[in-house]
Design a protein around this ligand. Sequence first.
Ligand code: PLP
Ligand code: COI
Length: 359
Amino acid sequence: MRITPSSNRLSQALREQRLIAPGFGRYFTDHMVVIPFQGGHWQQGELKAYGPLSLDPATSALHYGQAVFEGFKAFVQEGGGVKTFRPHANAERFNRSAARLAMPPLPVDRFIEAADELIRIDRSWIPQNKGESLYLRPLMFATDTCLGVRPSQEYLFVLIASPAGAYFSKGVQPVTVWVSEEFVRAAPGGTGEAKCAGNYAASLLAQAQAQEKGCDQVVWLDAVDREFIEEMGGMNLFFVNQKNGKTIVSTPELSGTLLPGITRSSVLELARELGFDAVERKLGLAQWREEIASGEMTEVFACGTAAVITPVGHVKANGFEMQINKGANGVVTMALREALLAIQYGAVADTHGWMHGVF
Ligand code: PLP
Ligand code: COI
């Protein structure tokens, strides 16, 4: 990869000001990586100054949405150094998303190298406080300048980085969710499993509706029966039940229409290690209501790279509303959150091989 350091980095004073309360996805570091795919091959990449891309108006991604992305984080380790969390899993999912959209795979080692180089050059942008990290956003889109509806011959891989604080502005506090019975996110055979731009575009109207109802996020139901809980706008969902003296942590099974979250699979493993039962299951809306009403379900939480683990305190839908755990953070939710953060920040040994050392 060619490395061309920026001659126009933000001043230390301004950078430090931005790092005081980075929020999510508001500020970007001084550099980015671009790797073009041309003539059937990935070309030499370049690490260079962050800045606008120049695009022909006929660029096919702008018309037909052939675009995929990923999200993962780099954490300053308690013992020093910086590590990313499961970046190989993101690289592999990136390629599965690409395959679904008839796009070429990027070799995993080039994905990892791009991230490592960007993190190293922009290390001064990584926030240091607990709960903060550097969010890496790889993307790939079709760059043919042609209005024919067919897979592009040329693509651009881009990697940018953004200092991240809490995804929800109120911090770790239970969020309120809106069950959308009007819109669906993904149908069987569609692109629900892929992290493609169009899935997010399709979610925005329902997300706006959720906000009108005073909710933070949408909960999607399956497209066929409009009954089974799938996931949220940018997070997977988990439920905690107490039954016969056991704590059961469950999440909707991967039906082909929801995103196989890397946090989701990590939480399933951590739950078992903490001594809980961890299962993937089909959960209908009616049963969800019953389990909450009977007191069997004691906690609900959402998880994802950006949101980490966030408790859900209220669920609203057409015609009913439910409160979970009196609207407070649940103990199982918080135990799982702490277990995950301890690994990510290097407070405990990484027995899973999830952390990738950058420096
Ligand atoms: N579901 C959707 C729709 C998402 O966008 C995300 C975020 O990436 C997730 C779930 C959680 O996935 P992960 O834990 O890999 O970040
Ligand atoms: C992530 O958690 O990385 C996401 O992509 C969620 C959202 C910001 C799209």
